[in-house]
Design a protein. Structure first.
Length: 250
């Protein structure tokens, strides 16, 4: 009985507060989305601009990956990790982060041109949206064409069935972008093959030595991996690879 008497005031207090809490919760703001009729055409234009912006933001990761130097960088770094046989060191997050920051460094002149020639005039309402997109596409197309092989461009020109343009600057981005992507794949795989060669030589030498010593039960990777890491560190491999990759886009 004593315990019940002690708990009884708290029960009464809860019974008093519960209705107040319910009424307080009913006063929270509510957010709703809907379609309403409008007689002003500018409202529809604003809505389409918002839809276009949201669509562009949803495609931003693909644009960053496939229309910049990111593709070549991340493929080469993965080839390097496989050649060193370090498995998950560096991790995927580290390789992607390194590729991303190097991509920002390489693409900085292109981004600056887009900001100065297209974005800032559009923000200050000096040009229309169509002209801003046209200006933004020029530095991007110049960067893509600089890294694209003529053979790949010719492939997509033939596949599109369109007439051969007078100059490469007349090519649409729908033709330039896939040509750039497959060119980047080939370049990245060529670099990856060259990275594999010295590491493969070390694997063959170590395997031959162990076999000649009769140590067939010892995995060659246990001996070759430290040697490959040592060689990579002695030649300052990260410096050489990053330097060659960055200069390849200059």
């Amino acid at each position: 009985m004593k315990n019940i008497k002690k708990i009884l005031p708290f029960i009464v207090l809860l019974l008093v507060l519960i209705p107040n809490l319910a009424s307080a919760q009913s006063q929270f703001p509510k957010i709703s989305l809907g379609l309403e009729k409008s007689s002003d055409p500018s409202d529809f234009v604003l809505t389409m601009k918002i839809v276009f912006l949201l669509t562009t933001l949803s495609l931003a990761p693909s644009i960053l990956i496939m229309m910049t130097s990111f593709t070549r960088l991340v493929i080469v770094f993965h080839f390097l990790r496989s050649a060193l046989a370090t498995q998950s060191v560096p991790s995927n997050q580290i390789l992607v982060g390194l590729s991303l920051f190097i991509t920002f460094f390489i693409m900085r002149p292109v981004f600056n041109n887009i900001n100065e020639d297209a974005l800032q005039p559009y923000i200050h309402e000096e040009i229309e949206q169509t002209e801003a997109l046209e200006r933004a596409g020029k530095p991007i197309k110049a960067f893509l064409l600089k890294q694209t092989r003529e053979k790949d461009l010719q492939l997509f020109i033939d596949l599109s069935g369109s007439e051969k343009p007078i100059s490469v600057n007349d090519l649409p981005l729908s033709t330039v972008i896939p040509s750039f992507i497959i060119s980047e794949f080939k370049t990245a795989f060529q670099i990856g093959f060259l990275l594999y060669l010295p590491m493969l030589v070390i694997d063959i030498i170590v395997a031959s030595v162990l076999l000649s010593m009769g140590m067939m039960m010892l995995p060659p990777i246990m001996i070759s991996m430290p040697l490959k890491i040592l060689l990579f560190v002695l030649v300052d491999g990260w410096y050489l690879i990053v330097e060659s990759l960055v200069k390849g886009f200059m």
